[in-house]
Design a protein around this ligand. Structure first.
Ligand code: PLP
Length: 428
């Protein structure tokens, strides 16, 4: 085994010969007509199959425990047994939860649209009464949060993401100084894409933001990966609601979750939580969109997952399928890039992503090189508002969907592209 040499310590000769070898490896990979894809943060086929029993699980028994016939209209805020199942996922009382349709993103969109154009506390309170509406976006972050803001004409203000969550010094400063800032996006456990879990201090400071901020400020707390740990010792997330209760800021947080990555993506159940006052206003708003959600699906989910223990056992099966895929990528990165100065990454303990940082100015080039040999990566910049990564250095890797064999092949090819781009840049 050759000792690891940092890229900046390579002699000119070593650089040239290393580069030659990489060009050859790259050409060889190009010959192989690969068709690999690490772009999609969606569950693999074996994962969705874990919930196939949803089909027919009701065995034509359509009555909920309170006698509601789930085949018929009504029940805008969801079945009580679904609330009992999902309230613990967000760590909230059942009275502060509503169960929606198939997508938490839809609920987030509706909340933002409601706060913007209708007003959480009546027309006077609508964010849209002001010319400029801004939301803080920890970066790198989830592209669909950013696309939603862009679509609704909300300005995005990037704030750095640390290993402990958003840089709260920056967040608090901005929120105090600029009253046009109306909210912040958060993916608090196994964040998309860095995989970090917000520290207790970060959660406490997020809960207190409502006291520093303008009226009707919202922490959009998208807990999409609340129960999506890769192993049992993964770090827990502090309960934001408990801090909010202490601070008197329950009105300033909306939490979201869904079973998109628990049961069927796109055919699961989504839920949201906030203060009783917020939910009352929000439900009234929802009533203009829908007579009620799909309660048949809610009841099917309760039958399948049953309770907290059932849910946990189900998630352990997901973890067993995901672990080797994450391991394959991480082992390849560690073996090939540790100590070389050609990239950094975090080792996520849950969620769906590995966030890779190239040397500055190389993310687009690595994605381009990968595409040249049949390896599709998420477009560079996708994890930043307006698709603009100022350092051009973040690449999101999503190993859940391809077969383990393909994940391994992709990781190997990815490393070749990273090395090639880095050495070419250094050579100038
Ligand atoms: N939030 C985050 C952070 C996600 O990564 C995703 C999907 O990738 C979603 C929300 C989408 O959730 P849903 O399917 O419930 O709309």
């Amino acid at each position: 085994e050759d000792p690891v040499v940092h890229i900046e310590q390579l002699s000119a000769d070593a650089l040239s010969s290393e580069l030659k070898s990489l060009e050859a490896q790259y050409a060889d990979l190009a010959q192989r007509k690969l068709a690999l894809d690490l772009t999609r943060g969606k569950p693999g086929t074996e994962q969705v199959s874990l919930s196939d029993a949803l089909d027919g699980i009701l065995d034509r028994h359509y009555l909920a425990e309170n006698g509601t016939d789930v085949r018929n209209y009504g029940g805008l805020d969801g079945l009580p047994e679904a609330k009992r199942l999902f309230a613990p996922v967000l760590g909230v009382p059942e009275a502060e939860l509503i169960i929606g349709g198939n997508s938490s993103l839809t609920l987030m969109y509706t909340v933002i649209d409601f706060a913007l154009s209708v007003g959480l506390r009546g027309p006077e309170s609508a964010w849209g009464n002001d010319d400029t509406v801004k939301i803080l976006c920890p970066v790198p972050g989830y592209d669909r949060h950013f696309a939603l803001c862009e679509h609704l004409g909300i300005e995005m203000v990037p704030v750095p993401m640390l290993d402990t969550g958003p840089d709260m010094n920056a967040v608090e400063k901005l929120v105090k100084e600029d009253s046009s800032i109306r909210g912040i996006w958060c993916v608090p456990r196994f964040s998309n894409p860095t995989g970090c879990v917000y520290s207790d201090e970060t959660v406490a400071r997020l809960a207190a933001l409502g006291k520093l901020a303008s009226e009707c400020f919202l922490v959009m707390y998208d807990n999409a990966y609340a129960v999506h740990a890769l192993h049992e010792n993964a770090p827990a997330l502090a309960n934001i609601r408990e801090y909010c209760e202490r601070e008197g800021t329950l009105d300033n947080v909306f939490q979201f979750g869904s079973t998109s990555k628990i049961t069927f993506a796109g055919a699961g159940v989504a839920f949201a939580s906030s203060s009783e006052a917020n939910l009352k206003a929000f439900k009234q708003h929802l009533g203009f969109q829908s007579i009620g959600p799909d309660k048949v699906n809610q009841l099917r989910h309760v039958k399948l997952l049953r309770d907290a223990e059932g849910l946990q056992a189900h998630m352990q099966q997901h973890a067993a399928l995901l672990r080797p895929r994450f391991k394959a990528v991480l082992e390849t990165l560690e073996a090939q890039l540790t100590g070389t100065g050609m990239g950094d990454w975090l080792t996520p303990e849950g969620g769906y992503f590995i966030s890779f940082t190239t040397r500055p100015g190389l993310a687009k080039e690595v994605v381009r090189l990968a595409s040249g040999i049949g390896v599709a990566l998420t477009p560079a910049g996708a994890t930043y508002p307006y698709g603009e990564d100022p350092e051009d250095s973040n690449i999101r890797l999503a190993p859940s969907y391809p077969s383990l064999e393909d994940v391994k092949a992709t990781a190997e090819a990815f490393v070749v592209c990273v090395k090639l781009a880095s050495l070419r840049q250094l050579k100038g």
